[in-house]
Design a protein around this ligand. Structure first.
Ligand code: NAP
Length: 528
């Protein structure tokens, strides 16, 4: 039986006039109670999506294709694009090939390179908005500050900064795991009198010409920024805490004939996408688990280092002391050459503090700068939520996750009915395209929302024992992965709990997301 047969999609959006009696009562109550300055919107929507990045926009597209039209997207910024709108630092690009880092239902024959830059990816996102006519659904500069569920009515209320609120029967949280930049806890950060820039909030007006620049952080962002800064700045000092495994990047521009072929014969692009998908799937064997292929991968990365860095001492400084895959694997052809440029210096002494003039390191040197670039990553809500989320019986998601976030199949949490997470706990890929995982999540949440609307449910709530069983298994499998093999990374909490990554192939993840089994859920009819 197909999903559509199981949960027939309603062709017409459920308007406020069709809402259950309890819902109407509650909405009315809320309208009376909400005397906040900007009037609360009392119309009940079928679906609220929080965030207009890849996940939010993809969800809106698929929901509408399933016949669910009453969708509102609240976006805290003034443009779409999420992380690709925010991360526009020089050199920003995706490290997954564009033909795989795009939606299978919206392939783009025009990619200019195998690994496109952030600007082009943002252009693709704008193209999605225009071609699927999503703009009327989006309300910009609406920062959601809390979510709470009225279980008697089966309604979520989102409070928005400034006093507005919005109600919906289902909510899709698509605010992105990497949406809040993280400033490091280095003493004296506020004392620095020069210019400070974070990689995720680039200052495009700052002129680096002849400037003395520090870069703190050598993760996926840092290694893309450094080669660009070395081209412009007077000198660049790179502060590295932990060296990463770096692979060559097979990046080349797309010939015109290739674009024409993909335009005329989309099946050819689908075939390439499939080939890229299976190539990445095979990488799981070296990145996720410690297998003989892990050693092969490490030797390949070491060969890349040896090939690009002549000085043995520098090679030692750049050699990782943890297993391949434990931290994110990086790809770059330009990073090692940039570190050896005459105006660049790699510093591996630990940073002690930041002074008014620059960065002080453990051997007692003060390095003076005009500008410090922080490529120090994101504040990932590993054990919290981006804003308070209140479920049934007044339970608080942050509190329940204080000892580690967990969800069923990464998407639903018991006690928070009709709420769907994108990139929720343990959905992170280490070896394949995030968009492959995202598509599976979206197709799953569409099934859930179809069930809620098609069967007029007040609540679709995953059973706690089902969620618990799922997470016991996930944590057991994670304990055998490279991510949990001893290094520190943003995947783990301070005490080593991994609420971030999915311990398996993308194919396994997609398979588990294929069907929403109603038996795993408590389905409460609106009339009950
Ligand atoms: P990240 O991977 O968390 O790296 C942060 C860097 O800052 C690390 O080198 C870290 O060192 C360093 N750091 C943090 N605090 C520090 C401190 N107090 N003192 C010295 N160094 C410090 O962040 P990111 O590079 O922004 O990447 C985050 C994620 O974004 C990636 O894993 C990836 O998922 C995504 N991303 C993807 C792409 C892409 O091409 N698709 C590009 C950029 C980012 P340690 O390693 O020692 O902690």
């Amino acid at each position: 039986m197909t999903t559509a047969e199981k949960y027939p999609a309603r062709r017409k959006a459920a308007s406020a006039t069709k809402k259950p009696a309890m819902a109407a009562k509650s909405a009315k109550k809320s309208a009376v109670n909400t005397t906040a300055k900007p009037a609360a919107e009392t119309r009940l929507h079928e679906v609220l999506i929080i965030g207009a990045g890849f996940a939010g926009l993809g969800s809106a597209i698929r929901l509408r294709q399933a016949g669910i039209d009453d969708v509102v997207i609240l976006e805290r910024g003034s443009d779409v694009g999420g992380t690709w709108r925010d991360n526009q630092y020089p050199g920003a690009a995706c490290d997954i090939p564009s033909n795989l880092y795009s939606y299978s239902f919206a392939q783009n024959p025009e990619w200019s390179r195998s690994f496109s830059g952030a600007k082009e990816i943002l252009g693709y996102i704008h193209h999605l908005v225009d071609s699927f006519q999503l703009r009327p659904l989006i309300r910009f500069q609406k920062n959601v500050t809390s979510l709470s569920f009225d279980e008697a009515a089966g309604i979520w209320t989102a409070s928005i900064e400034g006093g507005e609120s919005l109600q919906a029967r289902s909510v899709v949280m698509a605010q992105g795991p990497l949406s809040n930049s993280s400033w490091p806890a280095i003493p004296g950060l506020e004392k620095f009198e020069g210019h400070k820039i974070h990689s995720a909030r680039w200052d495009h007006d700052y002129d680096f010409t002849d400037k003395r620049v520090a870069v703190i952080g050598t993760g996926a962002s840092g290694i893309q920024i450094i080669p660009e800064l070395v081209k412009q700045a007077g000198f660049v000092k790179v502060f590295q805490r932990t060296p990463a495994w770096v692979f060559p990047r097979p990046d080349f521009s797309t010939p015109e004939w290739n674009k024409t072929l993909f335009r005329k014969l989309p099946v050819a692009q689908t075939a390439l996408r499939k080939a890229l998908y299976w190539t990445h799937e095979s990488m799981a064997l070296s990145v996720i688990w410690n297998s003989p292929l892990t050693g092969v991968g490490e030797r390949l990365a070491m060969a890349h280092l040896k090939n690009q860095v002549r000085d043995p001492w520098m090679r030692r400084q750049l050699t990782p002391n943890f297993r391949l895959g434990c931290k994110r694997v990086l790809i770059s052809n330009e990073y090692y050459p940039a570190l050896q440029a005459p105006n660049c210096k790699l510093i591996t002494w630990p940073i002690v503090d930041i002074s008014a003039k620059g960065v002080r390191t453990a051997e007692g040197v003060e390095h003076q700068f005009d500008c410090i670039v922080f490529a120090t990553g994101f504040d990932v809500c590993k054990s919290g939520t981006p804003f308070p989320v209140t479920g049934t019986g007044g339970r608080e998601l942050s509190q329940e996750w204080s000892r580690g976030a967990q969800a069923y199949k990464s998407i639903n949490v018991a006690g928070y009915p009709n709420l769907f997470l994108t990139f929720g706990p343990n959905s992170g890929p280490g070896h394949n395209s995030a968009l492959v995982y995202m598509e599976s999540q979206i197709d799953y949440l569409v099934q859930g929302i179809q069930a809620i609307l098609g069967q007029n449910l007040r609540a679709l709530d995953v059973k706690p024992q089902v969620q618990e069983r799922y997470n016991r298994e996930i944590q057991k499998r994670l304990s055998r992965t490279n991510w949990n093999s001893g290094c520190k990374s943003w995947y783990l909490t301070e005490d080593g709990y991994n609420a971030t990554m999915y311990p398996g192939f993308a194919t396994q993840y997609a398979r588990q997301m294929q069907t929403l089994e109603l038996d795993d859920y408590l389905a409460v009819p609106a009339s009950a």
